[in-house]
Design a protein around this ligand. Structure first.
Ligand SMILES: Cc1ncc(COP(=O)(O)O)c(C=O)c1O
Length: 473
């Protein structure tokens, strides 16, 4: 048997590169795309090792390496140190709501970053809608095509509310969006070209990872310390390549929880100015005014964007958010918004602004703030001695697992005792190895008792350690 035919029998997947003309490495990429589309390669499946596939096809290893790299750039596959190159699937790897259906009915869900369920939410929303229904002029205005950035009066009201929260902003610099995720997408789509680089903390919000992938942006992970992104690491990354935009969550990083001091923010601004980087501050995970540092756009108004949404304070289903844009960049952002949806829905901004700024929502927001803090206290009490990082008003805690727990194993063990949490994988930028850590959200249960029960179950698992499965041979 020749080397080639022996290699062919050992390959789990054999592409038909002769179907395609042009360079062999591109033919191989086309075959990967075709096999993913027709299901010959399934999501998560490992591509053959490069040397083996090269032997099987009678091409050089360099050709296979180049094609795998190109397939990764196109978002078809993902290379991870130690686990080869695997098929990625169509969707970016963000936590989806579908896992809930896999959770058993009595499972306690601590996986989603959502507002705490409360009957008052519906009651307040109903009051808001009734108010709007009784104002024919509002209804009239909502039925018209909207001003592209959002109704001026709504933007003024929102700017006043933001000022009351320590975020002074010129209402004319605000653009309404369909939630925070849309604001992330809009900013990156309008201001960063495919192939250019964006940077963020090495562990970051999966929705941002999804945007970078969707827009074919290079995503550069920046190392962090107890205060989040390190200016020196950002500086070094900028010396290696041109970075167009930096994504930050200075109040607390989702998922790892680090908070940036104002000095750290200033040091990052200094690097950003030196290398001409735009900064996008995602403040969707909202914290009260007393806890806020300087927004980046106060420190560097010419290059900083700012995102707020009502998703964590009032309701994620409203899909209402806002993007603060430096005046010099407004034209590009508005070109992007027009291409996407022209303008956002007037009825939605009407309802969101009325709820947020009329005082109707205040008791709920205050209650949730206090409740979140108490839930964190319960969690820390039960998991004392373990490494938890969180913001007292943030929706989640980040648990670094003790040896020898591995994150995926811990998530599975938690599911077996009726607790749903997520591991670190969806938060990892690029192909760096995921840390052995999990994110625990304290907001999905209706009451504290569920937090207590879940915390007890997790504490027991941590104390007992993983069960020893037979090692496959
Ligand atoms: C940091 C961050 N940004 C954006 C979003 C998405 O916000 P929205 O639901 O308003 O689209 C989330 C949601 O969890 C988030 O955590």
């Amino acid at each position: 048997m020749s080397v080639q035919s022996r290699a062919q029998t050992r390959c789990n997947w054999l592409p038909e590169i002769t179907r395609h003309s042009g360079p062999v490495y591109l033919a191989l990429v086309e075959e990967i795309a075709r096999s993913v589309a027709n299901g010959t390669l399934s999501v998560g499946e490992r591509l053959p090792p490069q040397r083996l596939l090269a032997d099987a096809l009678g091409v050089t290893v360099g050709t296979v390496t180049r094609s795998y790299r190109e397939a990764e750039r196109r978002g078809l596959v993902e290379a991870k140190v130690g686990s080869g190159t695997r098929v990625k699937g169509n969707q970016a790897d963000i936590p989806s709501f579908s896992h809930l259906s896999r959770a058993s009915a009595d499972s306690i869900d601590l996986s989603l970053s959502i507002p705490i369920p409360h009957l008052n939410r519906q009651q307040q929303f109903s009051a808001v809608l009734q108010r709007l229904a009784n104002q024919p002029s509002s209804l009239d205005a909502a039925l018209l095509y909207q001003a592209e950035q959002g109704h001026p009066e709504h933007r003024q009201r929102l700017a006043l509310w933001l000022a009351s929260q320590g975020v002074e902003v010129d209402w004319q610099e605000l653009v309404f969006t369909e939630g925070g995720q849309h604001a992330d997408y809009l900013a990156m789509q309008a201001l960063v070209k495919p192939g250019e680089a964006v940077a963020s903390a090495a562990l970051t919000y999966p929705g941002m990872i999804a945007v970078a992938r969707q827009l074919s942006l290079k995503h550069v992970p920046i190392s962090t310390d107890a205060q989040g992104i390190r200016p020196d690491a950002l500086d070094r990354a900028c010396q290696r390549q041109r970075i167009r935009m930096l994504y930050v969550m200075p109040e607390f990083n989702n998922p790892t929880g680090e908070r940036m001091s104002d000095d750290r923010r200033r040091a990052i601004v200094e690097v950003a100015r030196r290398h001409d980087i735009l900064i996008i501050e995602d403040a969707v995970q909202w914290v009260p005014a007393s806890e806020r540092g300087q927004p980046f756009f106060h420190l560097a108004p010419e290059r900083s964007l700012f995102i707020f949404s009502v998703s964590k304070l009032l309701a994620g289903g409203l899909r209402f958010g806002v993007l603060r844009v430096p005046p010099a960049l407004m034209g590009k952002v508005m070109t992007g918004l027009r291409a996407q949806c022209w303008a956002t829905a007037g009825l939605v901004s009407d309802a969101a602004i009325e709820w947020l700024t009329s005082g109707i929502g205040d008791p709920l927001i205050e209650w949730q703030n206090e409740e979140v803090t108490i839930r964190h206290e319960i969690l820390t009490q039960h998991l004392s001695g373990h490494q938890l990082t969180y913001h007292p008003h943030g929706f989640h805690s980040w648990l670094a697992l003790p040896e020898p727990w591995r994150a995926k194993e811990f998530v599975e063990a938690a599911a077996n005792v009726g607790v749903t949490i997520i591991d670190s994988e969806p938060f990892c930028v690029g192909s760096q190895p995921a840390p052995q850590a999990v994110r625990i959200c304290v907001t999905p249960p209706t009451d504290r008792e569920h937090i207590r029960i879940a915390a007890q179950r997790l504490a027991k698992l941590l104390d007992e350690g993983p069960s020893h499965n037979a090692v496959p041979i």
